[in-house]
Design a protein around this ligand. Sequence first.
Ligand code: F6P
Length: 553
Amino acid sequence: MATRATPQVLEPLTKRKAWKALQTHYDKVRGLHLRKLFVDDPKRGERMTAEAAGLFLDYSKNRITDETLKLLIDLAEESGLQPRIDAMFRGDKINTTEKRAVLHVALRAPKEASILVDGEDVVRQVHKVLDKMAHFSNRVRSGEWKGHTGKRIRNVVNIGIGGSDLGPVMAYEALKHYSERAMTFRFVSNVDSTDFVEAVQGLDPSETLFIVSSKTFTTLETMTNAHTARDWSLQGLGGDEKSVAKHFVAVSTNAAEVAKFGIDTANMFEFWDWVGGRYSMDSAIGLSTMIAIGPDNFRAMLNGFHQMDEHFRTAPFERNLPVLMGLLAIWNNDFFGSETVAVLPYEQYLKRFPAYLQQLTMESNGKHVTLDGAEVTYATSPIYWGEPGTNGQHSFYQLIHQGTRIIPCDFIAFSNALNPLGRHHDMLLANVFAQTEALAFGKTPEEVKAEGTPDWLVPHRVFEGNRPSNTILAERLTPEILGKLVALYEHIVFTQGTIWQINSFDQWGVELGKVLAQRIIPELESQAEPALRHDSSTNNLISRYRKLKEKSQ
Ligand code: F6P
């Protein structure tokens, strides 16, 4: 267990000594070019790397010096990062606005570990649910679990949204290589009816299992889709209510609502309020993942998560992957003013990874007040986005290379393809390395001219370079490596949130829209003309919608 002391009183971020030192330092180094940094230190590309749990990180192509790193680490220490890590792992209620512990790390703790929340050993509870999930998954996969008419289940449809969808979708796509190909897995999240209709297209209700995944079991989109699914299923199965027990299971923290919906709580897979929605893909929310890849692969993924947790908890900051990446993102965000981060996996199976990270990063750290409720005076979460390479190269990379904004990039690549074909993988990896090289070093006007480019065209063909990137390399995308990657980003978010002194674990910002939508729904559905009391724009939009709807009925 690490032993760094808690700073007595935490100064506001911009008053901290290390922050001020970083500001002075930034003025000195902001003009430095990566070309010069690499020429001055020929070993930089080997030195500014770190490796843990099978992930290799090259952060040398960031606009930093050794002094920058030292100051960033000072900042982490001065911000009480280690004590806060320890507090999370201990189960302290660090989600203060919701008065909850933050214990996604307990979801992957080994059986023999013990973490107490309100006197209860949560690790024991976690393993009980994992065993129940494994038993159920095995029964579905083997065909032992039968549908209402006696047929085996061939289709699994997960209904959920946000953390109850993005993790399962991402993990299913990421680990498709390991999945049971004789089964079909689909996901419904949007309240847009098209999502449901397309998801069940071609499916036989007698072979279809719905997993209703919702932490609260009250989310509008999920409950609407769940009721539609119930109707679809009942209609296809002759209307026998008893069929629900064979075709619906629930993943939730809310047993009362699950029972109210008509799902036997014996078919409910539990999780707890100390698991945030966006931190839940390795809880029972991962039931569809487990059915797809099998319990052994799921446990291997948990093991990957745990290895990264242990690395984060114990490694010195200067070799700690999530800490380094969290700090570098702060350097780019708060000093260079970069507003976004592009996550660029060069692995087709990771196509939904950037979308998954959007909720993880932005719902966690898109906050405007500190833990004390004071308005922040610095930028918090950057916007995360991305697409798999090489597709992005033929789309938005133009802006990353030559646009007016600095977009720090995280490149993710693997030395082995899961589906090797001829020269494909070398070509793929050549592109990763070429992109990071081009971004960092660019092409000077002299170099462009030397190629015989006419003078008038030179400015268009110049690449300024000096564009920061990280490269993460691993051997191959396995369930274990996926766990490590997700945990890496979870802890990057934690590191950033700690420095910014914000609560990375609540999401009050999603509430207002939900409440207003509930108010508007009856105004759209009522037969009688409603008395609208919104602003003139919203009133007008509602009236127009009602008129257009009427016209087409
Ligand atoms: O809209 C925000 C949110 O609360 C997310 O944090 C959460 O992942 C999602 O909704 C779904 O919530 P639930 O699992 O309770 O249906």
